[in-house]
Design a protein around this ligand. Structure first.
Ligand SMILES: [Fe+2]
Length: 333
C-alpha cells in the first residue's frame, strides 16, 4: 500500500499491549469526541451538552478535530476549544505535523475507497497545512499528543484510539469490516478485504487489558458488545462528531460513558456494562449555520465540497438501527 492518502507510516503502528498501562485518569462521566472535522458549531454543541450533565465531564477529543477548518479564525477556534480538554492524535493532526510529503491526508485509505475520494482528502489537508503553518505553537502541541489513551470510569478500563488497536489510522474496526458482517454496509461502502473476526476483537481486549474500546476515523458509527471467558467487552465507534452520520438526521455522534446507570434522555442507543453505562449521544449543532460556513470555505468545485457537501446537507445512507449491534439497544427499543 502506498501513495499519498494510502500510506501507513511506521509512526502509526502500536500494539494493543501499549494500552495496558495504568489509566491516565478516572472519570465519573466521559465524552469521547472523534471526528469533529473542524465543525465549530459541533464543538459548541458538545460543550453545551457537557455543561448540562449532573456530574463533571471529562472530554477526550480522539483525533481529526481539524479538517475542514481552513479559515485561520476557524482553525484557531478549534485549536483553542479542543486545547482546553484532553486530546489524542488523529491522522489529520499527524499529517499537519509530519514532514513526510508523501503522506497526504494520512488516512491510510484501504483499496475499496475510490481514488477520487483519496485525492480530494489529500487536497483538503494540503490547504489546511497552509493554515496550520500560521499557528506554530499549536502545531508543537499537536506533535506532543499521544496516539492512544487509557482511562477508567465506573471501575472499567477504557481504551481510546483513533483507528484501531494496532494503527492510528487502522480500518479494522470500521462498521463494514467487523463480523458479523452487515451486508448493506459492505455493499454501500464497496468493502473488500479480510473481515475483523469477533475472536480478533476479543484478543485485542485481553491484550490491551481494557473492557471498552472507543474509536472513530472510519466515518460510520456503531457499538457492539463481545464476550470472552464470561466477560463482556464493548467497541464504541462514534463515527463523526462534526458530520451527519445517519439517513434522515444531520446531527453528529459522540460516545458517553458514565458510572451513573441512568440512560440520558437523548441517548440514540446504549447498554449497561456492570458499573458502567454506555450511550451514543447526538451532537445537535446548528446544521444551517454549519452548512453556510462550510459553503463559504468549500464552495462548489473545491475538494471539500466534492467530498462532504452531500453528507453535510443530506446525511448518509446508514440507519440508526444498523449502529446498535449485538446486545446494544436502541433507545426506546
Ligand atoms: Fe481519521
Amino acid at each position: 500500500m502506498g501513495g499519498p492518502g494510502r500510506s501507513c507510516p511506521l509512526a502509526y503502528r502500536y500494539q494493543p499491549e501499549d494500552l495496558a498501562g495504568p489509566a491516565a485518569f478516572a472519570a465519573t462521566t466521559l465524552y469521547v469526541v472523534g471526528g469533529l472535522y473542524g465543525n465549530t458549531c459541533a464543538l459548541d454543541a458538545v460543550l453545551e451538552r457537557a455543561s448540562a450533565e449532573p456530574a463533571p465531564v471529562e472530554i477526550v477529543f480522539n483525533g481529526d478535530f481539524h479538517y475542514l477548518d481552513a479559515p485561520p479564525s476557524t482553525f484557531r477556534a478549534i485549536a483553542e476549544g479542543v486545547g482546553a480538554h484532553r486530546a489524542t492524535l488523529g491522522n489529520v493532526e499527524y499529517a499537519l505535523t509530519a514532514t513526510d510529503t508523501d503522506l497526504g491526508c494520512g488516512c491510510d485509505y484501504p483499496d475499496y475507497i475510490s481514488s477520487s475520494v483519496v485525492a480530494d482528502s489529500n487536497a483538503v489537508v494540503e490547504r489546511l497545512r497552509a493554515t496550520a503553518a500560521g499557528s506554530p505553537e499549536h502545531l508543537a502541541r499537536l506533535a506532543e499528543l499521544p496516539r492512544h489513551l487509557t482511562v477508567s470510569a465506573g471501575g472499567r478500563r477504557i481504551g481510546i484510539v483513533h483507528g484501531d488497536p494496532e494503527s492510528l489510522a487502522g480500518w479494522r474496526l470500521a462498521l463494514e469490516a467487523v463480523e458479523p458482517g452487515d451486508q448493506a454496509a459492505r455493499e454501500h461502502t464497496g468493502w473488500s478485504g479480510t473481515p475483523t473476526s469477533t475472536d480478533e476483537v476479543a484478543d485485542w481486549f485481553v491484550r490491551a487489558e481494557v473492557e471498552v474500546l472507543c474509536c472513530t476515523h472510519t466515518g460510520l458509527p456503531y457499538a457492539q458488545d463481545f464476550e470472552r471467558d464470561g466477560r463482556r467487552y464493548l467497541v464504541a465507534n462514534n463515527g463523526a462528531a462534526g458530520l451527519p452520520n445517519f439517513t434522515g438526521h444531520r446531527h453528529g455522534v459522540i460516545t458517553r460513558l458514565s458510572s451513573d446507570p441512568a440512560a440520558p434522555a437523548d441517548s440514540l442507543y446504549g447498554m449497561e456494562l456492570t458499573g458502567l453505562r454506555f450511550d451514543a449521544l447526538p451532537v445537535r449543532y446548528d446544521a444551517g449555520q454549519w452548512a453556510a460556513e462550510f459553503l463559504g470555505t468549500w464552495p462548489p468545485g473545491t475538494p471539500g465540497h466534492r467530498g462532504y457537501h452531500s453528507r453535510i446537507t443530506s446525511g448518509t445512507w446508514l440507519r440508526i438501527e444498523q449502529a446498535a449491534r449485538g446486545g446494544v439497544r436502541l433507545a426506546g427499543g
